[in-house]
Design a protein around this ligand. Structure first.
Ligand SMILES: NC(=O)c1ccc[n+]([C@@H]2O[C@H](COP(=O)([O-])OP(=O)(O)OC[C@H]3O[C@@H](n4cnc5c(N)ncnc54)[C@H](OP(=O)(O)O)[C@@H]3O)[C@@H](O)[C@H]2O)c1
Length: 247
């Protein structure tokens, strides 16, 4: 008997876990954008590269006929999610968004929330003199306007393009980062402001805890808006949703 096909839009730990849990019962295909030079091994089939917007994704769905689509992309990967909501609605394919909950402020946190990178960069020089930027390697051009301060960009792959800034350094690292290693980094580099996304989960949380312990401000980029859809925030709930489809 052929297994029903599931398309998982991936690039996250949750997508990896989901594929492991579903691969025995379903023909799981995990889709990656193809940005990370050396992605981790995944259970099931893997495809890589963008689909080509809504029309490209519609063509892919038409050709590959997944019985359901689960968008388990990163909380900040809203373009892919928006495409998937539109295309699956058009094709009447069951769709689920799996997104880990955002971090919430704890006593002692000094968070400054910004809706856009441009607004964040404008305020950044008033928050510190040496920023650790942990926003991934893309769309960092606005940091060329963070004048009068030093910047250290930490990313898995080299930022492309590198912001044009006179005092910028790149730190290539993929983690995992522990509280001890994050605290040691803040001290060693003399970081006095952290720039981060509200990624949620535990994998990248240590820097937020380290900033609180060092009494440093955190310039936090808000999660992007995305269209309404079926939504769960744990891998277990996503598995239950798939099982409930009775494919
Ligand atoms: N943003 C982050 O901080 C972050 C962190 C960790 C992992 N990731 C992963 O990295 C990928 C790219 O992130 P992003 O912020 O650039 O996303 P995005 O802004 O939502 O996507 C940009 C474009 O990349 C392609 N794409 C994104 N995710 C894809 C996927 N899973 N499979 C096939 N194509 C995909 C799509 O191209 P087309 O329009 O051509 O289809 C999409 O329009 C995501 O899969 C995400 O889960 C992102």
């Amino acid at each position: 008997m052929t297994k029903p096909r599931l398309l998982i839009l991936g690039g996250t730990g949750e997508a990896r876990q989901l594929a492991v849990l579903l691969v025995d019962q379903y023909d799981t295909v995990t889709s990656l954008a193809g940005r990370t030079q050396d992605p981790m091994a995944l259970a099931g089939t893997v495809r890589q590269g963008g689909f080509g917007g809504v029309s490209g994704f519609l063509a892919y769905l038409e050709q590959n006929r997944p019985a359901a689509v689960i968008d388990a992309t990163h909380p900040y990967a809203a373009r892919m999610g928006t495409t998937a909501v539109q295309a699956t609605a058009q094709m009447h394919i069951p769709f689920l968004r799996l997104e880990r909950p955002a971090w919430t402020q704890q006593p002692g946190d000094d968070w400054h929330l910004f809706e856009t990178i441009e607004a964040l960069v404008k305020r950044l020089p008033s928050l510190g003199t040496h920023g650790l930027i942990t926003l991934g390697g893309a769309n960092l051009g606005a940091f060329s306007r963070a004048t009068g301060m030093r910047l250290t960009l930490r990313a898995i792959d080299p930022p492309d393009p590198l912001p044009d800034h006179p005092a910028i350094k790149v730190l290539l690292d993929r983690g995992p980062f522990t509280l001890e290693s994050e605290r040691a980094l803040l001290t060693r580099l003399g970081i006095d402001v952290l720039v981060a996304r509200n990624a949620g989960g535990s994998a990248t949380r240590a820097k937020i805890d380290a900033a609180r312990m060092h009494k440093l401000p955190v310039a936090l980029l808000a999660r992007p808006a995305r269209p309404d859809s079926n939504y769960v925030n744990t891998v277990a709930a996503a598995v239950r949703w798939v099982e409930g489809l009775n494919l």
